[in-house]
Write a protein that binds this ligand. Structure first.
Ligand code: NAD
Ligand code: UD1
Length: 344
């Protein structure tokens, strides 16, 4: 049985991935400094899997602490590195925090992996590396050009990818999988874990569910004058559980020595673009809940439309994000109700 180090494993995507890993029989050790999560997530994972995973409250930037961890778990076969700061707006305000946290932690991790003979890493990247692809690159595949980052956060993902490529170039025994996520949404079907946004949500789905729960007065739709069929922006919303399962597939491919390239890149999305209005209407349909909204001006820096060509992940990982949007939105609502103690 393999041992997987999951950094940021109490976060939104990390916690769902830990559950899938454990359910597939992997031993997990979670490192998280709780900067954007809570210890209760560990209880949620335990309630779903009937097992308490090993957990270390540690900052990935803490070289000494991380070295102690690698010494305590000499059986680590692979790392999935989720730990990062991820708020785009905050990264513009506090770029150094983002460069330290997102770049420093990867460097520490790679140094220690090298010193301890750990040869496999799966990294959380983002479709943000593509910026707004031109028409001939939509849907966007892994060969589309990388565009200049629009924020320090986006830049950390590009730099991280480059650090991983450079390290793999220098160390031929290192295997890297870069997973470029599109827009993860929804919560575990048990409603025992889900997204925990900090303060006023920036992302669409938590804003939708909080508005439906009465925490926010109305959803602001950022623009209906885009060059899209209904005028609102288009994204590729992927169910977080489908996304988590892709990590297990990528990991197994690595551990079984099946990778074609030392650094493999995968777009993780559904392959379908969905507009903001479609999200709002489907949410109302499946939950029957009122969702007041108002159309306002465009949000600065927003991309008009982007969705994934996920053919490569479908073929090589033998994986597909196929949970229907209605079920995904329902799971997000069930989680919000649980958080707010809203009865049926
Ligand atoms: P999240 O904030 O819910 O999870 C990140 C976790 O890492 C948190 O639990 C946080 O406490 C922890 N963490 C942060 N810095 C740490 C450090 N230095 N040491 C230890 N723990 C630390 O975020 P998420 O949505 O689960 O995202 C996970 C990863 O996926 C991130 O790298 C993010 O950039 C990337 N990503 C997320 C999205 C998205 O929409 N959620 C999209 C693309 C990429
Ligand atoms: C954001 C990040 C991106 C990150 C991605 C996934 C920015 C500029 N980009 O992108 O780097 O990779 O999340 O985490 O923050 N919307 C509304 N009203 C709202 C919120 C959103 O209409 O209150 C619209 C947006 O205009 C957009 C869509 O909903 O069209 C999705 O927005 P969001 O969830 O913030 O994700 P992204 O913009 O794709």
């Amino acid at each position: 049985m393999s041992r997987i180090l999951v950094t940021g494993g109490l976060g939104y995507i990390g916690s769902h991935t830990v559950v899938e890993l454990m359910q597939q029989g992997h031993n997990v050790v979670i490192v998280d400094n709780l900067s954007n999560s809570t210890i209760e997530v560990l209880e949620g994972i335990e309630a779903i899997t009937n097992t308490k995973p090993c957990f270390e409250n540690l900052d990935c930037n803490d070289y000494v602490g991380m070295e102690r961890l690698f010494n305590s778990y000499p059986d680590i076969d692979a790392v999935i590195h989720f730990a990062a700061s991820k708020a785009v707006g905050e990264s513009v305000e506090k770029p150094l925090l983002y460069y330290r946290n997102n770049i420093g932690s990867l460097v520490v991790l790679l140094e220690l992996m090298n010193a301890h003979g750990v040869h496999n890493i799966v990294f959380s990247s983002s479709c943000t590396v593509y910026g707004q692809p031109d028409e001939k690159h939509l849907p966007v595949d892994e060969n589309a050009p990388i565009q200049k980052a629009l924020s320090p956060y986006g830049n950390t993902k590009q730099v991280n990818e480059q650090i991983l490529r450079d390290t793999a170039h220098a160390n031929k025994s290192l295997n890297v999988v870069l997973l470029r996520y599109f827009n993860p949404i929804g919560a575990h079907p048990t409603a025992l874990i889900g997204e925990l946004p900090n303060g006023i949500p920036n992302n669409l789905l938590p804003y939708v569910t909080q508005t439906a729960a009465g925490v926010r007065n109305e959803l602001k739709i950022f623009g209906d004058d885009y060059n899209t069929p209904d005028g609102s922006c288009i994204r590729d919303y992927i169910y977080v559980v489908d996304l988590a399962k892709a990590h297990v597939k990528a990991l197994q491919r690595m551990l079984h020595g099946e990778c074609d390239e030392q650094v493999e890149v995968y777009n993780l999305g559904t392959g379908h673009g969905v507009s903001v209005f479609e999200i709002v209407n489907t949410f109302k349909e499946v939950t029957g809940v009122n969702l007041p909204y108002v159309v306002v001006g465009r949000r600065e820096g927003d991309i008009e439309q982007v969705w994934a060509d996920a053919t490569k992940a479908n073929a090589k990982l033998n994986w597909k994000a196929d949970t229907p949007l209605a079920d995904v939105l329902k799971s997000a609502w069930e989680w919000e109700k649980k958080l707010r103690n809203i009865a049926e």
